[in-house]
Write a protein that binds this ligand. Structure first.
Ligand code: FAD
Length: 484
């Protein structure tokens, strides 16, 4: 056994772990980043953000070809070469993971492949299997600070295992052929993105959702607009439904999915046949190893690590971030958490992570994006005065009209109690092509509590999608221009 000592040992090489490592390296700290997989980047780079967006980029091209007829362009899809599509996706993944590896090397981060565990309570030591680093092999690291970023994994349907035609999102990204038909169980970002991309690729998609709309925890008007847009594009959405059984015992490939619906007076059972069934009902945190509790890390009732706003677990020198912590499970939120943890360790004085200004983006067609408060949340807040919501009719925007996509734009405004005469932008919720990019401007306004009157003075180029946001701000400020 050999020992080494670093300022920061990080368990997990996904967005949370690697962002911490990059910032800590930049600040001159000695850092060891331990990842159990060959490739760095965790879920996001290997089986999440990057591969899914590569496939979405490709399937949007299909969508655009089909849509071209509307503009007098007679084009058709001859063939989808699934092997080439996989190459395109894998190339994007490789480029991003290779780039990350060289960035970490440039910041002098020691990357170690192995299964890490914290072996002694209150001591920041890491036990590593089969570890090889420059200068020899050893299996123990001591560190002044240990950062846990072990991420999450797909949640199985109760009583079912991912096998045969029942697949998780990781398997769905690597299918050797496109299914003819798919049932997707779930209504969150992953379910909606797969429904949208598979539908564009010509798969017969049925989406089983519990409530009346997808993204039911998000802004109502916007998520209703997205639900209608998906249905208009051809996704069969079964609302108020409950999965009762998945039967793959028949000789034919695929499965029979049985479900009931709250809309039926009796408990009628319906069934659909599909080549694959994608369960996308959420993710479980990788916090079940014994060392979590033995090292004194406190978990909440969902198995998530309790931390303060700076990522401290309550145990000295022990930090946690990313999907294993409560809050939005998103790579870009983990990046900011990593920066805050690294700066805190380095003795800087970072601002804590503010989860209320983390935008939520769903890369469906059209895209859904949202930041800040809904009207209901603003009304429930005790320090907000006269909250109100302004809806802008998106079809008044020239580019929206040309796009042929559905759209929605809502702005929530109101004044904070300490500045009662200055209404600010509290929340923005939109459905539009490229809403994921448009939301960045809204995030600046919401995050910096910009006065509504100042925000509405900002000029937006014409004709752009972003202009719709400018027009909505004018309307919210009581000065509508191209709308009533
Ligand atoms: P992870 O990325 O899960 O990384 C954890 C790492 O730790 C893994 O490499 C794992 O192998 C390693 N590990 C675990 N335990 C140990 C151990 N004991 N020892 C050593 N290593 C260990 N987010 C976005 O922001 N934008 C998107 O567009 C987006 N799209 C997504 C699409 C899909 C299909 C999915 C599933 C997720 C998507 N996400 C997206 C979410 C995003 O991927 C996660 O929020 C993010 O990866 C979480 O980062 P993390 O560092 O907490 O964990």
């Amino acid at each position: 056994m050999q020992n080494t000592h670093v300022d920061v040992a990080i368990i997990g090489g996904g967005p949370g772990g690697y962002a911490t490592a990059l910032r800590a390296g930049e600040l001159g700290l000695s850092v060891a980043l331990i990842n159990r997989e060959d490739r760095l980047g965790g879920t996001c780079l290997n089986r999440g953000c990057i591969p899914s967006k590569a496939l979405i980029t490709a399937t949007r091209a299909i969508h655009n070809v089909r849509d071209a007829k509307r503009m007098g362009i007679d084009a058709s899809i001859q063939n989808i070469d699934v092997a080439k599509l996989a190459d395109f996706k894998n190339h994007a993944v490789k480029a991003m993971t290779d780039g990350l590896a060289s960035l970490l090397a440039a910041r002098k981060v020691t990357v170690i492949k192995g299964e890490a565990s914290i072996v002694e309570n209150h001591h920041v030591r890491v036990q590593i299997d089969q570890m090889q680093i420059e200068g020899g092999a050893f299996d123990e690291i001591t560190a002044d600070n240990i950062v846990v970023a072990t991420g999450s994994r797909p949640r199985p349907l109760p009583g079912h295992r991912f096998e045969g035609p029942l697949i998780d999102s990781t398997q769905a990204l690597d299918l050797p052929t496109l299914p003819k038909s798919a049932v997707i169980v779930g209504a969150g970002a992953v379910a909606v993105e797969f429904a949208s991309m598979w539908n564009a690729a010509g798969v017969d998609v049925t989406l089983l959702i519990r409530h009346e709309r997808v993204l039911s925890h998000m802004h109502r008007r916007t998520s209703m607009a997205l639900t209608r847009a998906l249905a208009k594009n051809g996704v069969h959405i079964i609302t108020h439904s409950h999965l009762t059984d998945i039967d793959d015992s028949a000789n034919s490939a695929g499965a029979t999915v049985r479900y009931s619906s709250d809309k039926d007076k009796d408990a009628t059972e319906h069934q659909i046949q599909a080549d694959v069934v994608l369960a996308a009902i959420g993710r479980d945190p990788n916090t079940d190893a014994d060392w979590f509790t033995s090292s004194g890390i406190e978990l909440d009732e969902h198995g998530l690590v309790k931390t303060d706003d700076f990522g401290r677990t309550g145990q000295p020198g022990l930090w946690a971030l990313g999907d294993i912590t409560p809050g939005p499970a998103l790579a870009y939120r983990a990046f900011e958490q990593g920066i805050v943890i690294a700066e805190s360790i380095a003795g800087r004085d970072p601002k804590p992570v503010d989860d209320t200004t983390v935008p939520e983006v769903v890369f469906s067609t059209p895209e859904f994006a949202s930041v800040g408060l809904t009207l209901e949340q603003a009304k429930a807040a005790t320090d907000i005065l006269e909250p109100q919501e302004t809806a802008y009719p998106m079809m008044g925007n020239a580019r929206m009209l040309m796009s042929g996509e559905a759209g929605s734009m809502s702005i929530v405004s109101g004044a904070y109690g300490d500045k009662p005469d200055t209404p600010v932008v509290l929340g923005v919720h939109m459905l539009a092509p490229d809403a994921g990019d448009l939301i960045a401007e809204a995030e600046q306004l919401v995050g910096n509590r910009v006065a509504l009157s100042d925000a509405a003075r900002l000029i937006h180029p014409h004709p752009t999608f972003s202009e719709a946001f400018g027009e909505a701000l004018l309307k919210a400020d009581g000065r509508p221009l191209h709308t009533r």
